[in-house]
Design a protein around this ligand. Sequence first.
Ligand SMILES: Nc1nc2c(ncn2[C@@H]2O[C@H](COP(=O)(O)OP(=O)(O)OP(=O)(O)O)[C@@H](O)[C@H]2O)c(=O)[nH]1
Ligand SMILES: [Mg+2]
Length: 376
Amino acid sequence: MDLTVIVPTFNEGPNVAELVGRLGAALEGRDAEILFVDDSTDDTPAIIASVATTSTIPVRLIHRDEPVAGLGGAVLEGFRAARARWCLVMDGDLQHPPEDVPRMLDRAAVGDVDIVVASRYVTGGTAGGLAGATRTAVSRASTALTKSMFPRKLHGTTDPMTGFFLVDRDAIDLDALRPRGFKILLEILARRQLRIGEVPFAFASRYAGSSKASFTQGIRFLTQLAMLRFGRMSAFAVVGGVGALANLAIMWGLIHLGMGYLPAAIIASEVTIIGNFLLLEYLVFSDMRADSGLMRTRFIKSFTFNNVEALVRIPVLALLVQDAHIPSVLAAAITLVAAFIVRFVFHALWVYAPKSQPSATPSPALPQPTGRTLES
Ligand SMILES: Nc1nc2c(ncn2[C@@H]2O[C@H](COP(=O)(O)OP(=O)(O)OP(=O)(O)O)[C@@H](O)[C@H]2O)c(=O)[nH]1
Ligand SMILES: [Mg+2]
């Protein structure tokens, strides 16, 4: 088989017949299959099954009852199940015109690239289908930010965030991918230096159905970027830094309201500890939560650890200053750095340790794959 077309779908029923029909026409005479990886909560799987019976090319369906890692996880599952070595990934809402697929195949057939990216931003392409000026600006800005963070790996592409690309599955290390959220192409390109080819395409409007893009997806994307570029520890450090600032601000506010500095410091610390825990849950360790038991248990561990740490750090500081004669500011810095490292190790290995067998997308006990800093 020459080609597997992977289509991730979430409640795209009204688009299925149109997509399969146009793909069938565009791929006439080629040995290709369409593979839907579906996380729908509506009747989309039934529609796919019925369209499959009249399609001119083979249609397969993987329906995930327990979706792992959203859109990116679906595409990864598609790569694993694909019958062909070359896989084309496209949206199920016809924003990616099936008629452009032959041009992508022709580009790959030249034989000098591992991946062909269909770009909205190369000469000849357009992003007209992006709804509204805000979406366009967000897309442009995040593309620039992403490219600046991986200047070498993304050098060959103007559109590292597109969901429309053709890739040689043998050129990517599926086990190294840790998809989170929407941007699977970024995950692929940032992990390993690939030879990239590009063809322009006109991004269309949605054919039917509704968008799954959201503000939450935007936050997920920024975390994905930070983790890919700097590793999990840096995301942890950012959260810690934000917490420290919040701590001081709350303390300052309470003192201005007339509270004594000690109770103010205690309240500020406890509020910050709780806030930090929530940020860790939803940003830094979101991919490890599912396998690490109850949120309540994680909270108790994290809360206890941070309070014990605060209680232990001060006497240690006194020891360093009085007995080891280290200057107090240097001693404070040493305790803070040590506390940071211990806190990270504690959270990564204990609070978020997998309880069950890893589910479909492996969640490592060590934050290694996502945590690894990547060369650009
Ligand atoms: N399997 C799976 N597919 C998803 C999921 N979320 C989105 N999709 C699919 O991914 C593709 C892209 O999602 P869209 O909602 O079109 O995102 P978008 O193109 O940024 O947003 P619009 O411009 O409004 O269309 C579509 O085919 C969706 O059905 C998911 O959690 N699982
Ligand atoms: Mg879309």
